[in-house]
Design a protein around this ligand. Structure first.
Ligand code: SF4
Ligand code: ZN
Length: 304
């Protein structure tokens, strides 16, 4: 018998260095779900008659996100969940994760919509990166996926768009924007108010460390795919991730405090950098809201 759970006599499956607790399977699952519910209650005030669109890639984060949201809201007749999967067109990768996303949505009985870059933009991400040798795939991918997710969420009448960012993603993005000195982007990470025309975003997993999201998926035997996208991630993000992981190892709780400090700063920063003061206007090509008359996506696609 290994180490015991801090809360019961069962064997521990995880040691949370930041909380000092050893948790068994049951208490680990309870702990994660309690924190996710708390995040939702504190940040996302979900009311009656809402449609929550869930961005589902088939990877571990979005898989856990849909599973947990279905567990929390699935029984509520006034709340409607819709999973949206975007097929960017990445050979040898996306087809596997799409398969898993279908399995999960089927298993949970959640409506599932799959949209592709090919049908929406006329070409796949693979074709785009060949055409535009100079830029990295991820910048195209992120901008175009966000646009299509938002459009699809609007089409299904979603009041929220939930995305699977975990604590590690949030901490990395916060630090990254600090390192780049990009304060207005920092504020937009967690906009205190709704921006007209954009579905409100929700990140219910933002307080759960990446490792625990993975463990949650494993202990609940969720269908998911572990293949990695063949395109490299933003190099600087990798450096920030390594740095944060080292810091977390020697100073447990660092990622949590980075996020909670940021949340205290946002309302203060938002007074100087109000998101709506960025004078949003309609893109002259597609009509989406943007800051410069031509949205990022249309710029990248070479439209207009
Ligand atoms: Fe897209 Fe980059 Fe993510 Fe691959 S790693 S899915 S190219 S954002
Ligand atoms: Zn226990």
């Amino acid at each position: 018998m290994g180490i015991k759970c801090t809360k019961c006599d069962n064997e521990s499956i995880i040691y949370q260095k930041y909380s000092g607790m050893h948790l068994c399977k049951k208490h680990f699952v309870e702990d994660a779900e309690r924190k996710i519910k708390l995040t939702i209650r504190k940040n996302y005030n979900i009311g009656r008659d809402e449609t929550i669109a869930v961005a589902l890639s088939g990877g571990k984060d979005s898989t856990v996100l849909l599973y947990v949201l279905n567990k929390i809201f699935g029984e509520r007749p006034d709340i409607n969940l819709v999973a949206i999967t975007i097929d960017e067109g990445i050979e040898g990768y996306r087809s596997h994760t799409i398969q898993k996303s279908k399995e999960l949505a089927d298993k949970l009985g959640v409506r599932h919509i799959i949209r592709s870059f090919a049908e929406e933009y006329g070409l796949t991400l693979d074709e785009l990166t060949v055409r535009e040798r100079l830029h990295g795939a991820c910048s195209y991918c992120g901008v175009l996926r966000k646009k299509l997710l938002n459009k699809t969420a609007n089409e299904v009448g979603a009041t929220r768009l939930a995305i699977g960012h975990n604590l590690d993603d949030e901490a990395q993005t916060i630090l990254l924007n600090h390192l780049k000195g990009d304060v207005s982007r920092l504020v937009r990470l967690d906009p205190p108010r709704k921006i007209e025309g954009l579905t409100l975003r929700a990140k219910p997993l933002r307080s759960i460390p990446e490792k625990e999201v993975a463990l949650y998926a494993i202990v609940n035997e969720l269908p998911m795919d572990f293949s990695e996208c063949p395109y490299a991630h933003e190099a600087i993000r990798g450096e920030v991730r390594d740095m944060l992981n080292e810091f977390e190892a020697s100073h447990p709780g660092t990622k949590h405090s980075l996020l909670s400090g940021f949340q205290k700063l946002v309302p203060i920063l938002a007074k100087e950098y109000p998101p709506e003061k960025n004078k949003l206007s309609e893109c002259r090509v597609c009509g989406d809201l943007c800051t410069e008359g031509l949205c990022q996506a249309c710029k990248l696609l070479g439209n207009g």
